[in-house]
Design a protein around this ligand. Structure first.
Ligand SMILES: [Zn+2]
Length: 468
């Protein structure tokens, strides 16, 4: 049996109210919120953070496919970088599928085919799509990432059928030097989308030899629920079979990840034995039929989507949101950095691995040649650091250039040993107290050397959506 074995979503901490966007442009209020990335988040960091809190090393993974339309790199492999940070064996096959909103569903198809030869893979989808400030689609676009683990054992959603329609040139596009995504007229784009989604749905029914009555749920990824309803009706699904969710109101349209977020939400409700038709539009459309297995019950108890949706901070001020997203000109900090340094320090800075003294067990971070504690000159061993800890001390820097709140520098004692000095992020100054719990999150540190430099920052720890 092959299929999806787990889904791990990641949403940024901040939300912008549609009302705040409309107010800035003198439009009628509107409703809903959209998830927006902080200034130190891009598709690399969000992709890493889907999985970094689950476990530190994903060394049993045979392949990783990264799917996005908004990689910070035109040349440089995002999947190889993510694979390294996640501790995946360097024999794994890493692929990048970019440039289309169906990249994620296409990546899943490629992944399922790789499972004929390999046991376990990851598809990680992420998007951080900037749109021109003032464009009416600004109120639709949201940001986030999703990791889909696939394999041959412990399957949660078994693959029954896949179908794809190829098309181009009718919806969004972005040229090499563009900052923002451009979009065609909605009416025109939606007509083509509707045709493609309905065509892929019909093809799936033929391929699988199933009737709509044999399938319990249809879920259509789209920023416009009306379109999903029309497709459901056109394919012959009853209104009860059409999965409705408030996701687009809660977080916005999440680009390549959107279909998987809908699927995740549906799997929190679906029962063993039920069939699901999933349709995603992009360059054409992709469609899947899955059947849900008994493993859905443990998925329901462990999945983090609802916590991700509810753990948030709403930004009321539109301008703050632009600054936070790095879309307003602020002072840009470019400390000295080189690729050589980035590569040499990669075990410490990207994987957050420390050196443990073989004699006395003291954990050193960053690495050093001999033990600071017992002075042993024995060779030390590498150890993964925990991604959670307690604040030992901190300082708020009010003159740090470019930041919204004061830049907070913290010293953290990590659970399981090791002490690190880093910045806080996704926080307000009053959340920082000695003894408070924090979780480490992979973030962009600065743009020194003309490339994104990544490191681990501290965020206030959450339990069940509340600060602890
Ligand atoms: Zn020692």
């Amino acid at each position: 049996m092959i299929g999806i074995t787990n889904i791990y979503p990641y949403l940024p901490h901040y939300r912008l109210k549609v009302e705040s966007i409309n107010k800035a442009w003198n439009r009628s209020p509107g409703k809903g919120e959209r998830a927006i990335a902080n200034f130190d988040e891009d598709v690399i960091t969000m992709s890493v953070n889907t999985l970094s809190s689950v476990k530190k090393s994903w060394d049993d993974i045979n392949f990783l496919i990264h799917a996005t339309t908004s990689s910070p790199f035109i040349e440089e492999s995002s999947s190889d970088l993510i694979s390294y940070v996640l501790g995946i064996n360097n024999n794994s096959i890493n692929l990048n599928i970019n440039q289309s909103l169906t990249s994620g569903t296409t990546a899943l198809h490629v992944g399922f085919n790789l499972l004929k030869q390999y046991k376990k893979g990851l598809i990680i989808t992420a998007d951080r799509r900037d749109i021109q400030s003032g464009d009416e689609h600004e109120k639709v676009f949201g940001e986030g990432a999703c990791a889909i683990e696939i394999g041959t054992e412990n399957v949660l959603a078994k693959l029954e059928a896949f179908s794809s329609i190829s098309d181009f040139g009718y919806d969004t596009w972005k040229l090499q030097d563009d900052v923002s995504v451009k979009k065609s007229d909605d009416k025109f784009a939606n007509e083509v989308k509707l045709e493609n989604l309905a065509a892929v749905g019909r093809e799936l029914l033929v391929k699988s030899n199933l009737q709509p009555s044999d399938i319990e749920w249809i879920v259509v990824d789209d920023s416009q629920p009306k379109l999903a309803k029309t497709i459901g009706n056109r394919l012959g699904f009853t209104p009860e079979q059409q999965f409705k969710t408030s996701l687009s109101n809660e977080v916005g349209y999440l680009g390549v990840s959107s279909g998987f977020f809908y699927l995740n939400k549906l799997l929190l409700k679906a029962k063993n034995g039920e069939r699901i038709m999933l349709l995603q539009s992009g360059s054409g459309a992709d469609g899947y039929i899955f059947s849900v297995t008994e493993n859905v019950e443990s998925f329901k108890s462990e999945n983090g989507l609802l916590t991700q949706i509810s753990s948030k901070k709403v930004i009321e001020n539109y301008n703050e949101a632009l600054v936070r997203r790095g879309l307003q000109n602020t002072v840009e900090l470019k400390p000295y950095a080189t690729k050589t340094y980035l590569r040499r320090e990669r075990e410490n800075n990207l994987r957050l691995r420390a050196q443990k003294c073989k004699e006395c067990g003291f954990i050193h971070f960053p690495e050093r040649p001999n033990c600071h504690h017992c002075q042993s000159r024995e060779k030390m061993e590498w150890q993964w650091l925990e991604r959670s800890g307690t604040i030992v001390t901190f300082t708020h820097d009010h003159v740090f250039p470019g930041s919204i709140e004061p830049k907070t520098m913290v010293v953290i004692d990590l659970d399981g040993g090791g002490r690190i000095f880093t910045q806080m992020t996704d926080h307000s100054p009053e959340q920082v107290k000695i003894g408070n719990r924090v979780t480490l999150s992979f973030r962009k540190f600065h743009e020194g050397g003309d490339f994104p430099n990544y490191y681990w920052k501290a965020t206030p720890a959450l339990k069940g959506g509340d600060l602890i």
